[in-house]
Structure formats: C-alpha cells, structure tokens
Design a protein around this ligand. Sequence first.
Ligand SMILES: Nc1nc2c(ncn2[C@@H]2O[C@H](COP(=O)(O)OP(=O)(O)OP(=O)(O)O)[C@@H](O)[C@H]2O)c(=O)[nH]1
Ligand SMILES: [Mg+2]
Length: 336
Amino acid sequence: MDGFVIAVDRGRYQCVLAGAERGVVGAELPTVTAMRARELGRKSVVVGDRVSLVGDTSGAEGALARIVRIAERRSVLRRTADDDETTAEGRLERVVVANADQLVIVSALADPPPRTGFIDRCLVAAYDADVEPLLCLTKADLAGPEEVLGYYTELELPYVLNRPDSDLDALRALLSGKVSVLVGHSGVGKSTLVNRLVPDALRAVGVVSAIGRGRHTSTSAVALRLPPVPGVDTDPGWIIDTPGIRSFGLAHVSADSLLHGFPDLVEGTVDCPPNCQHTADEAACGLDAWVAAGKADPRRLASYRRLLASRAGDGDSRGESDQRGPGEGDRRGPDE
Ligand SMILES: Nc1nc2c(ncn2[C@@H]2O[C@H](COP(=O)(O)OP(=O)(O)OP(=O)(O)O)[C@@H](O)[C@H]2O)c(=O)[nH]1
Ligand SMILES: [Mg+2]
C-alpha cells in the first residue's frame, strides 16, 4: 500500500494511505502506524515522504505496519546546524521535510521582531531545494510590513499579511493543491495559523516572553490536510507545521547556489572577472556597481556577503543549532 508520512515520533511513523483522504472532510484522517523495515538501511524517513507499506495496514489500535520503500523525493528541504562544512556541526544535516512544493517563511512583524537575515537564509534554502517561497508576515495587528517589504522590493517575492481577524482566502488560494511547509522562529504564530486553516488541528500554541522569544511549543513536524475550498474541486493540499528554529544553517548549499537565493543580485555578476568570489575584498566584483546604480538594495548585498563569509568560517557563522538552552538564541544583530 502507498502512504504519506504525516508525523514521526520516536521511531514510529504516522501515515495516511494514498486515497484515504478523498472524501474525508473535517474529520480526522484515518492513519496507519508504521515502523521502518530493516531493508531501508540507514535511510531516514521524514514527514512528507511517500512510502510503501506492508504488514498490518488496518490502522486498528495497536496495529503496526512496516515501511519497506521510500519513493523518490520531488524535493528535499535541508538545513545544517552550522554554516561551515569543515566543522562537525556544519556536516550535521537535517532534512526538514520531503516533497514540499512550497516553503512558507513565517515571520512576525513584532514580538518576535522580523529578521531579514533569517528570511534570506530561508530563501536560499528554498531556491536550492527547488521549492517555491512564500513570505507570510504575521502579527500585522502589532506593526506594519513596510520595512520588511521595502527590503524585498526588487525580488517580487509573493507574500501574505496576517492578523488575528484577517480573512484567509488569499492564503488558502496560495496553498491549494500544494504541500506547503511553515518555517520560522519560535513564537511567530505558525501553529496559530495552522489552527485557523485546519479547524480540527488542535496544535498547541505558546506564549511569547516579554523579550520577544517564543517557548518552542511545537516539538516535531506534523502534516495536516487542508479543508477543501468551497466551490473548488481540486486537491486542497497539505500544510506542515514545524518546530520553531533559531537559524537556518546552509553548509550544504554551494557558493554558486547561494547566489541563486539572491535573484536580485544575479544579473549584477555578469561583468565580474572570471572566478570572482563576490566577496567585499574582490576589488572588481560587479555587485558593488550594481548596488551603486540602484539595481538592488545594498542591505541585500551585505546579507549575501555575510553568508559567503559565514560559509568560509570567518567567525560570522549564525547557522547555529537549536539545541542551545533558551536564552541563548537571540543574542545577535538585528539581521538574524
Ligand atoms: N497579536 C498577535 N498575536 C499572535 C498572532 N498570531 C499568533 N499570535 C500569538 O503568538 C504566540 C505564539 O504563537 P504560536 O502559534 O504558538 O507560535 P509558533 O510559531 O507555533 O511557535 P513554536 O511552536 O514555538 O515554534 C501566541 O500567544 C499567539 O496567540 C497575530 O497575528 N497577532
Ligand atoms: Mg508551534
């Protein structure tokens, strides 16, 4: 039987059988609990994986099926604990989810404040994984989006604005028919949004401390079936809620791919000398003239160069692990 992995917990995988979601509206989807079969070797199974199941796929209480095959992944969204691939942390790679079509970068406009450095990292990861980015700005009732949107003017990045009473039609239309994964810092409102989108999701929601830090309320990724859009016959799609992360390490992304996370800068490199590394100390790098001519925001160039420096292990590595104790996460510049 073919299944779709919706949750992973201590070696047990919750799967929805292919086709089982058809016709199920509102009510919880029937799921099958499975373990990995020995023949999978060390291959990891993650949320979003499409798998083949054998054994007891009845979904009855206590029934356990086995995952014997993982289908080829359409996309793999990864992050590393650190940016520098020469360190052990930099080589520690985590697959966030498999087969996502869309990366919804969730950023609060206040409480916690938006960090464009973090959004830039998510964009690099999205373009690298061939997953479409969508910027979702939450808590629009607390602050305006002008500053964040101004930073992305040259990018034509699709975005949605959200407040507790906002209508979700625009977002629903953008999620329809796709597998979308929400990523963002703790406390930005990912689970709050999932609860509004999927009425019986019952995702736990945390509070944000006085200094704007979330409490890491969600601890594992869960895929939820979106309700059908009235009058629309197509597949409503899936939304994946994930635990808040402090940063998005990019050690697995090559220097060339890093530039593709900055589509507003790509054209500015056509006049660069051969083998230009685009760093600040490359005297003839075309990006300085590109920005000076007003073709891109100088802050975007600075952000790109910070990522380049961070990869080279220049001590600006911000892709830190989220396993640090609470209280250590946000002691950094306004950009991250
Ligand atoms: N003012 C305001 N508060 C919001 C909004 N969305 C969410 N919140 C609040 O933000 C807090 C954190 O929300 P969560 O949904 O738990 O955040 P999360 O991103 O899931 O956090 P983690 O699971 O820790 O990663 C809660 O107190 C929510 O009520 C919003 O649009 N406006
Ligand atoms: Mg959450």
